[in-house]
Ligand binder design. Sequence first.
Ligand SMILES: *Cc1c(COP(=O)(O)O)cnc(C)c1O
Length: 420
Amino acid sequence: MQKKIKIFLEEELESLRDQKLFKTERVIESPQGAEIIVKEQKCINFCANNYLGLSSHPDLIAAAHEGLDSRGFGMSSVRFICGTQDIHKELEKKVSEFLGMEDTILFSSCFDANGALFEPLFGEEDAIITDSLNHASIIDGIRLSKAQRWIYMHGDMRDMESIRSSSLETGKGLERCLKEAQNCRFRVIATDGSFSMDGDIAKLNEICDLAEKYDAIVMVDDSHSSGFLGKRGRGTHEYRNVMGRVDIITTTFGKALGGASGGCISSSKEIISWLRNKARPYLFSNSVAPVVVSSTIKVLDILMSSTDLRDKLERNTKYFRAKMTEAGFDIIPSDHPIVAILFGKYHNCTKLAVSFANKMLDEGIYVIAFSFPVVPRGKDRIRVQISAAHSIEQIDKAIAAFTKVADELGMFNPQSLAQK
Ligand SMILES: *Cc1c(COP(=O)(O)O)cnc(C)c1O
C-alpha cells in the first residue's frame, strides 16, 4: 500500500517538475524585513506581505516578550474549555474597535476563519455569491457549507463589464446572480477586499449598493488591506467609504498586522455569538498563542495612535508606481502596494519574467515571477510588494535594477515586442 502511493507520487512529482510547476522555497537566514539574507547575500525584499514593516518591529518583539512573561507560552486548550485569557478578550475588543464592527472572534489563521464562517450560517435554502478570483480559503469555506452557489466574474457588477474586457469571459455579473438568488432565504456576497495577483481593490461601494437593493449580506476578506487601506488604515471598507455597510469582515494578523499568525471574523454580536457556539475551527482547535495575542494588541495600539506607517506606505507606493510607469513598464493601475508588472506584450513572456526575477536577485532585489496557472496565460508578471519599511533609497535601487535588467534583456527594444 505504502509502496504503491510512493511510486504514484514519484511520477506525479516528476510531472510537476516537467511542467515547471514544482514549488521550491528560498531559504532566508535572517529575520523578515526590508533587507534580508538569502544564501549569505543581503538583498532588499519586495515580496513579503510585511506592508507596514511590523514583522520584526522592536515594539512588537518587546510586546511579545511581555506577553510571554506575563501569560506564558501556550494555552493547551480550546477557547471554551480553558483557553480564554483576559488578553484574548482584549484583542477581540480592539479588533472590533479598529474595524468598526460590534464583535470579533479569533482564529489560528484567516484560512481557519474563512473555513469557519459559512457552514454554521448558511444552509441549503441560502445563496453564497462569490467573486471568481476569491482566495482559496473562501472557496474552501464555501465548499463546507450546503448553501447554493453563484460565482460572478471577477469584479463584474452587471454582466457587461466582463464581455467588454475579454471575449473569453462569458460569466455572470453580480447583479444577475443576486436576481437569480432572490428566492433564497439569505443571500451573502463574498469578496476579497484586495486581490493579491493584480493588486486591484474590490468596488465595495457598488457591492454594498447592490446588496441593499437585493437584500443581501456583504462579507469581505480584508487580509491584504487591514492596517493600511483607507485614511486610517482600517481597510477596504474605509477606502471605499462604506464603513458600517459591510456585515462581515475576516482578516489575518499574518500580513500587515505583525505578520506572525492568527486571524479573525468581525461582525454583529449575534453572528459572532453564533460562531462561538457553532464554528468548528473555533470549537475544536487551540487558542491563539498569548505571544501573538499580546503583540497584535500592540499593533492595533500603534495603528490607532498614529497613521504614520500607512502614510509612509502610501507615499512609497505612489512613488514606485509613478517611477516605474515613467520608466516604461506595463503596470496594472491601483492604489495598492501590490504592484503587478506585466510581461505579456513581449516574446516568450513566461521565460522572460522568470529570468528577469533571477537577474533581479543578482542585483540584490528579491521579487517573484508569476506565470500560468497562478495567473492567466499571457498575464505573466513580476509582483512587487511595497512596504513602509522600505526607504526611498531602497525603492530607487529597485527601480534602477528593474531598468538595468530590462535593458539587458532587450525589453526597451521594439523588436522584443510580440507580434499581435
Ligand atoms: C493570506 C490570506 C489568507 C490566509 O491568511 P492566514 O492567516 O495566513 O491563514 C486568507 N485570505 C486572504 C484573502 C489572504 O490573502
